[in-house]
Design a binder for this molecule. Structure first.
Ligand SMILES: [Zn+2]
Length: 241
């Protein structure tokens, strides 16, 4: 069945490109430690380069106070070990600001040299060094990591689930053109940032914006609300932190 196309999306490109600061640099991060493990060949998925999958990489392990552990791999081409560590620190602390329910599905973060945009797969987020710098300068790297973590953690069970595709059909339109162009691949990740913010940080969005989002994608908001309900601790089960 064709998806509802009646209303134009609210946002021309993607949610990450909006001016709202959904997740802030001042938000608490539950990053605990980052430790260097070794330097050696690792799987380095790269959507730009045509090189071998296994590349020399600086390898780190980050631990979070909600018991999540994430392996970080930085391309040797990024520079010295301390340069690599700096990229890991920048990404790892931000991964500690997104909700536990999303962080817990991220096993691996790969950081390649270059300015391509981030991408992801189940359990995996891939970032690019120069693009990280750009996103940090516009306060968007938290949102990028949130978006990719939805792919890493929720896509497998939800992006094509009957409940979600039914919600897509029932809603009047899409939030973003990016979601409309990729209803199976991007719409959940695009919508989740708004949905989670509206439940857990409603003060961060203007009232008129919330009203328009609610009117545009009510069934999708309801679906995502069930994945991370109001009253659930942002950083995971109480007592573990
Ligand atoms: Zn995406």
């Amino acid at each position: 069945m064709a998806l509802a196309q009646g209303r134009e999306p609210l946002y021309a490109s993607s949610v990450v490109d909006t001016d709202f600061d959904f997740i802030r640099e001042t938000d608490r991060s539950v990053l605990d430690t980052v430790a260097f493990v070794e330097k050696g060949p690792a799987e380095m998925p790269d959507k730009v380069a045509t090189q071998e999958l296994f590349q020399p990489a600086y390898q780190f392990r980050a631990t979070y106070k909600d018991s999540v552990k994430v392996d970080f791999y930085v391309s040797e081409r990024a520079g010295t070990q301390s340069v690599a560590q700096n990229y890991v620190d920048l990404a790892a602390i931000r991964l500690g600001r997104i909700p536990h329910v999303l962080r817990k599905g991220v096993n691996r973060v790969v950081i390649n040299e270059g300015d391509a945009t981030a991408f992801s797969d189940i359990g995996l987020i891939v970032l690019y060094t120069k693009n990280m710098g750009k996103r940090i300068s516009t306060h968007d790297l938290e949102e990028t990591i949130f978006h990719e973590s939805v792919h890493a953690t929720w896509d497998k069970d939800h992006a094509e689930a009957p409940g979600w595709t039914g919600a897509q059909r029932n809603d009047p339109g899409f939030l973003t053109n990016y979601g409309r162009s990729h209803p199976k691949g991007e719409d959940l990740a695009e919508t989740a940032l708004f949905a989670v913010t509206m439940v857990h940080h409603p003060d961060r969005l203007p009232a008129d914006v919330k009203a328009r989002v609610q009117a545009q994608v009510p069934a999708r908001l309801e679906y995502i609300r069930k994945l991370f309900p109001a009253g659930t601790d942002w950083h995971g089960p109480a007592g573990k932190l």
